[in-house]
Design a binder for this molecule. Structure first.
Ligand SMILES: Cc1cc2nc3c(=O)[nH]c(=O)nc-3n(C[C@H](O)[C@H](O)[C@H](O)COP(=O)(O)OP(=O)(O)OC[C@H]3O[C@@H](n4cnc5c(N)ncnc54)[C@H](O)[C@@H]3O)c2cc1C
Length: 393
């Protein structure tokens, strides 16, 4: 490390860490960004589907080769042969995270952030005066570096929050295990993100097929809540589905990891420290997607920290502003999606089929509630089941 002391130390150079580090540096603060891996973004443990191009580019300029595919909609295979197709131009994109994560980190460096890879935060001290001290392990040894403010952007297996006394352990019932298999060629319609969900496939989650058109590969995967089947590993189950749906599939590589689908942590700030992205369980509890939320949280976090540094107030009380902002921009929506997931997965097969039919009618009519008049009985049945399921949460 070039210095012994920084305004902000950011731990973890995933999308959340790089975005917040860059923004804080743009505001004129001294920022150290440390990443334990040697190569940022590698190995990729992600399906790589994300938000719209416009949204992603607002964190840019993003190199062209980070964008694999422009996605124009979703195709869902539901139970009982039901399908839902939603065609909407520029719904999202497929990223190439092996390129995207380093691109964000490079932008941060260009804007003045000191980036050190192969540097692992081993401990974070309690507040000492106006600082916390981070013990950083590199191949050269261990250094203690002071930060007025610490950001834990250290992902799903975050230790930073725990080191600072935040309650951020994962709950088995709201943790998803994801397996991503890179398959040669494009398996499904390249315009769409394709899903298989429900009792005929994987009910505790879903199967996905996401096309990476530039690289001519598909991310095929599955994510579901643990604990699962007693006799087969999650990887075996995913591979079985791959060969059942695409017998000729040629596998390039397999990766996997855990995804929090709990909804945001209740508390993810304390004096002179905040958590961002997966570390704060910012992932979407229905889809398990977390790239967009991590970057959005980073944007909100940077503004609050900047204001706190100016006012010389980085107390837990002041940093609560960050939690409130995240709650407004995605937290409340995540709570609703959590309820929706519990409802959907909790349905019997027959009820799920009815629900999929209602959704199909709704989507086909371009999201017009009036169209549901065509199927009033099943709509009312589904609404009743949803309200009953929500009241139990
Ligand atoms: C199988 C799978 C599929 C997924 N598919 C999708 C998808 O299609 N779309 C989507 O939006 N999301 C998906 N996700 C989730 C997505 O990957 C995460 O939500 C996203 O990466 C969160 O970004 P982040 O910056 O918070 O954390 P991360 O990207 O996890 O970055 C954290 C960084 O911190 C580093 N780090 C950890 N500890 C330390 C330490 N002590 N010191 C220094 N550095 C440290 C890590 O090495 C890592 O680089 C998937 C996840 C999995 C597991």
């Amino acid at each position: 490390m070039k210095n012994k002391e920084y305004d902000v130390i950011v731990i973890g150079a995933g999308p959340g860490g790089s975005v917040i580090a860059r923004r804080l540096s743009q505001y004129g603060h001294s920022v150290l960004l440390i990443e334990k891996r040697e190569q940022i973004g590698f190995p990729v443990r992600c399906g790589e589907a994300s938000t719209t191009l416009e949204d992603i580019e607002s964190y840019g300029p993003i190199d062209e080769d980070c964008i694999e595919t422009i996605i124009d909609g979703l195709f869902v295979y539901g139970p009982g042969g039901t399908t839902v197709e939603s065609l909407k131009k520029d719904t999202g994109i497929m990223l190439n995270r092996e390129k995207f994560d380093p691109c964000l980190a490079k932008l941060a460096e260009q804007d003045g952030v000191e980036l050190v890879t192969n540097a692992r935060a081993e401990s974070v001290s309690a507040v000492i005066g106006k600082f916390r001290e981070v013990s950083i392990v590199t191949p050269e040894g261990t250094e203690k570096i002071k930060g007025r403010m610490i950001v834990g952007a250290d992902g799903m297996e975050s230790l930073v929050g725990r080191m600072a006394g935040l309650k951020c352990l994962h709950n088995v019932n709201s943790t998803c295990t994801g397996v991503d298999i890179e398959v040669e060629g494009i398996l499904t319609d390249p315009r769409y993100l394709t899903f298989w969900q429900g009792h005929d496939f994987i009910n505790d989650g879903y199967i996905w097929s996401f096309p990476k058109v530039k690289s001519n590969v598909t991310n095929f995967g599955a994510g579901f809540l643990i604990p699962k089947s007693k006799d087969l590993s999650i990887q075996d189950i995913t591979l079985q589905w791959l060969y059942k749906l695409f017998p000729e599939a040629k596998v390039n590589k397999i990766t996997g990891g855990l995804i929090s689908v709990s909804g945001n942590l209740k508390e993810y700030v304390t004096d002179r420290l905040i958590l961002v992205g997966d570390a704060a369980h910012h992932t979407n509890p229905l889809t398990g997607g977390g790239i967009a939320a991590a970057m959005r949280a980073a944007k909100e976090g940077a503004e609050v920290i900047h204001n706190g540094l100016i006012k010389d107030d980085l107390s837990k009380n002041f940093l609560k502003n960050y939690e409130e902002r995240c709650s407004i921009v995605f937290g409340k929506k995540h709570q609703l999606l959590l309820k929706f997931r519990k409802f959907l997965l909790g349905q019997k097969r027959e009820d799920q089929i009815e629900f999929y039919k209602v959704i199909k009618t709704f989507v086909k009519s371009n999201f017009s509630y009036l169209a549901l008049i065509k199927c009033p009985i099943i709509t009312l049945k589904c609404l009743y089941r949803y309200l009953r399921s929500s009241s139990k949460i």
